[in-house]
Design a protein around this ligand. Structure first.
Ligand code: ADP
Ligand code: MG
Length: 594
């Protein structure tokens, strides 16, 4: 799919629509406009100074030849003037580059923060559809691309246009005959350059594309390095990577062929044109229709003009890439954020839950009706369990309750009020979810517990850790609560991670608790401790236990059996078990066999 998208991008033209996109990004510069404008003035002044160079250099030769018509009549004076121009130009360039860098750094940091802010407020359904790697590249590579555009490309475009316009004007004023001659040669070169440029852009996009594929392979391999090693699939992975690299090389070499052809053509064409111009200049010189100084400044101007035309061609390509990048950035800005309600609750949510005729299918898999007119009620403070085969839709129910997904039919109410009428913050703050796979952030154990309530005091963190039966193992680490966990910290066992998650949830203090197969991957010993911690956590909270292993749910008030997107049966463990034909009985038997 990404491939098709890139192909579309290849077809992109510099039309009005695309300039509008670049313009939207340009809005980010507005806060820094005074610096930008000063930079712009420096840019134009600098370009003009540089353009005076060929004129004065030509004069130097003519003055040396005895020409006294100019107001500087001594070659030393003219040479000094030349040096002066260059010196001034250098100083102005310094400030120009520095100012533009400041503007673009700031503006692009704003774009990045804006994008990040936007991304974290996008619904989970967005993340279901997009790969993390792609989002990362938008926030890094694409914005870097834009940054280059704003720090150098735009300035260059302006500079080259000034050079081109002034250069052309100057030669037409000083040597009209020669300029007309040159004008016949130029379009041929420009046309050829454009043809080549287009082909090269398409090809280098392809090699970038292949490169992206290879880095995705690498990323996936590193992320699942354990699986790779345990299946001893190192050579399989290496071959996969080799294959991708092969495609990168093929595409890159293909592009290089065109680039090489282009470069040799340009060198030939430019110098060929130069020879023709010098030859014609020599003819004019011989006939006394032009001075040597004029010829020299003409040749210098034409090299400026040639340079700026070649430069503009290159910049044209860069601008196209920048449009691609800004499109990728703006696409995200156009995504719809999670719909939120602005009303906040006056009294805390108590935790009565009611699903009424709820139907739901995931946006990315419309063909599967996960929930089909499902209804269930959980009273405030009740402990209930939800059982059903894997894939029955248990986690989906929990996610809908937290409004992680919209687009369901029917009503889901908490304390008698449809969940869409709560603000996301109120709703989600009132629900604590402990999943099977606990995510610990890079940082200390203390920080990970306090994630449940960043405002919690040290005492509250410790109290929560105690209640979660986590303090014993935390104190067994030399650094205690300061022990680092997460990707580069100590490795904790499943039961330890669970207890940190429980402490975190105790601090969050939700009125509704969802345990989604929270104990299913624990060994018997840690399960016992974790179970005690869970019992502590469940006190006085409406609790929905999603359980895979039925042994853990015997004591709940009510069990819901989920089948075909509906609640097929409900009742206590004993009542459900007493019916020999119940699905519950069947599930229990299955587990006994296991
Ligand atoms: P359970 O928790 O009971 O094992 P889930 O609620 O996770 O089941 O999944 C129910 C069904 O929805 C499954 O068929 C699963 O493949 C599908 N599903 C789950 N999450 C998503 C998702 N984010 N996008 C698309 N389909 C999903
Ligand atoms: Mg699940």
């Amino acid at each position: 799919m990404a491939r098709e998208k890139l192909k579309e991008e290849d077809k992109r033209k510099l039309n009005g629509e695309n300039f509008k996109k670049l313009y939207s990004i340009f809005q980010y510069i507005v806060p820094y406009k005074s610096k930008f404008l000063v930079g712009l003035v420096f840019l134009v002044v600098g370009s003009f100074l540089l353009l005076a160079f060929p004129l004065v250099a030509g004069k130097l030769i003519d003055v040396a030849g005895g020409d006294q018509s100019w107001y500087l009549t001594d070659i030393n004076q003219v040479a000094l003037a030349l040096m002066g121009i260059l010196f001034l130009q250098g100083i102005i360039s310094y400030f120009r580059v520095y100012l533009f860098a400041q503007v673009s750094e700031n503006a692009m940091a704003d774009v990045r923060t804006g994008l990040y802010q936007k991304l974290i407020h996008l619904p989970i359904s967005f993340y279901d559809k997009n790969r993390t790697g792609d989002l990362m590249s938008r926030i890094t590579a694409d914005i870097s691309m834009l940054q280059t555009t704003f720090s150098t490309t735009l300035a260059e475009v302006i500079r080259q246009i000034v050079t081109l316009a002034v250069g052309l004007t100057m030669i037409f004023i000083t040597t009209p005959a020669l300029s007309l001659f040159m004008l016949c040669v130029l379009p041929v070169i420009i046309f050829a350059a454009m043809l080549f440029g287009k082909k090269i852009r398409t090809l280098s996009r392809k090699s970038q594309d292949e490169l992206a594929v290879s880095s995705t392979i690498a990323e996936e391999t590193f992320q699942s390095i354990l699986a790779v090693k345990s299946f001893t699939n190192e050579s399989f992975e290496k071959n996969r990577f080799d294959g991708a690299m092969g495609k990168v090389i093929t595409a890159a070499i293909h592009a290089a062929k065109y680039r090489a052809g282009f470069i040799s053509f340009i060198i030939f064409a430019l110098f060929g044109a130069m020879v023709a111009i010098i030859w014609y200049g020599a003819v004019l010189l011989q006939n006394g229709e032009m001075s040597i100084g004029d010829l020299i400044s003409f040749v210098l101007y034409t090299s400026f003009i040639g340079g700026s035309i070649a430069g503009l061609g290159d910049l044209f390509g860069q601008i196209q890439r920048a449009i691609g990048a800004s499109e990728r950035v703006l696409e995200i800005q156009d995504e719809e954020s999670e719909t939120d309600s602005t009303t906040t609750v006056s009294t805390p949510i108590k935790g009565a839950i009611a699903f009424d005729q709820v139907s739901f299918a995931y946006e990315s898999r419309q063909d599967i009706q996960v929930l089909n007119r499902l209804s269930l009620q959980i009273k405030q403070g009740q402990k209930v369990a939800l059982v059903g085969k894997s894939g029955a839709g248990k986690t989906t129910i929990a996610q809908l309750l937290m409004r992680l997904y919209n687009g369901y039919e029917g009503t889901i109410a908490v304390d008698g009020k449809e969940i869409k009428e709560y603000s996301l913050k109120d709703l989600r703050d009132s629900i604590g979810m402990v999943p099977q796979e606990i995510i610990l952030f890079g940082g200390s154990i203390r920080e990970n517990i306090a994630y449940g309530n960043p405002a919690a005091s040290e005492e509250e963190v410790i109290a929560a850790a105690r209640k979660a039966h986590a303090m014993d193992f935390i104190q067994s680490f030399p650094e205690g609560l300061d022990t680092l966990v997460g990707e580069r910290g100590v490795k904790l066992s499943g039961g330890q991670r669970q207890r940190i998650a429980i402490a975190r949830t105790i601090l969050k203090n939700p009125s509704i608790l969802i345990l989604d197969e929270a104990t299913s991957s624990l060994d018997a010993e840690s399960e016992n401790l974790v179970q005690q911690a869970f019992n502590e956590l469940m006190k006085e909270r409406t609790t929905l236990i999603i359980a895979h292993r039925l042994a853990t749910i015997k004591a709940v008030d009510q069990i819901f059996v989920l089948e075909h997107g509906q609640i097929a049966e409900s009742g206590t463990h004993d009542s459900l078990l007493s019916n020999p034909n119940s699905t519950y009985n069947h599930l229990v038997n299955l587990q006994l066999v296991e």
